[in-house]
Design a protein around this ligand. Structure first.
Ligand SMILES: [Fe+2]
Ligand SMILES: [Fe+2]
Length: 188
């Protein structure tokens, strides 16, 4: 993107959400929604992932920003289904390589709690709290069904970044750094 080219409306909206409406705290952690999104995308980029996973990482919690349930509905005992809201919001503009890891990132937490015995013990307190609202660890049938999804590995990788992306005051590139990767994922 150059400064002269008009920005696609969805990119402008994403930038506005992440720079404007993302001051809210991320659950119980020491970062806000913007810092969480940026840390997540930065982890994906530093690990050498392609545009789709970087975009998915940046946008995985956009569902929290497109509803009016407040900043931390989990603390009120409400599961905001933000993974589905986010997927629905993104689906008009992005393909499944972006929207599926977003939709599945909560399921991936439930999956990892089922298949990795120490995963639950390492969860941050806010993740433990929301896990209960989200249905707890998967059962065996749910694990099998989850592994049948062609994007389940990407969703699991995104979920690992999600859990790591809560570091207070960690410097990252700004939102604008990641928008070209998001732009390359736009369909048609
Ligand atoms: Fe999330
Ligand atoms: Fe997240």
């Amino acid at each position: 993107m150059t400064d002269n080219a008009p920005m696609h409306p969805i990119l402008a909206e994403i930038e506005a959400l992440l720079t404007g409406k993302a001051e809210g705290r991320y659950g119980l952690s020491a970062v806000n929604q913007r810092q969480h999104a940026l840390q997540c995308a930065w982890l994906a980029e530093k690990d050498g992932h392609g545009d789709a996973l970087i975009a998915a990482a940046l946008l995985h919690d956009i569902g929290h920003m497109v509803h009016d349930l407040g900043e931390d509905p989990a603390s009120e005992g409400v599961d905001d289904r933000h993974e589905e809201l986010g997927q629905a919001w993104l689906a008009a503009h992005f393909g499944p390589e972006v929207t599926e890891p977003v939709r599945l990132h909560v399921a991936a937490k439930r999956y990892l709690c089922a298949v990795e015995p120490d995963y639950f013990a390492r969860l941050a307190p806010d993740s433990v709290k929301s896990l209960a609202l989200q249905g707890g660890p998967m059962n065996a049938e749910e694990v099998t069904a989850f592994e049948a999804n062609p994007m389940f590995r990407e969703a699991v990788q995104l979920r690992r970044y999600d859990e790591q992306a809560k570091v207070k005051d960690l410097p990252t590139p700004p939102v604008s750094h990641f928008l070209p990767a998001v732009a390359r994922c736009l369909r048609g």
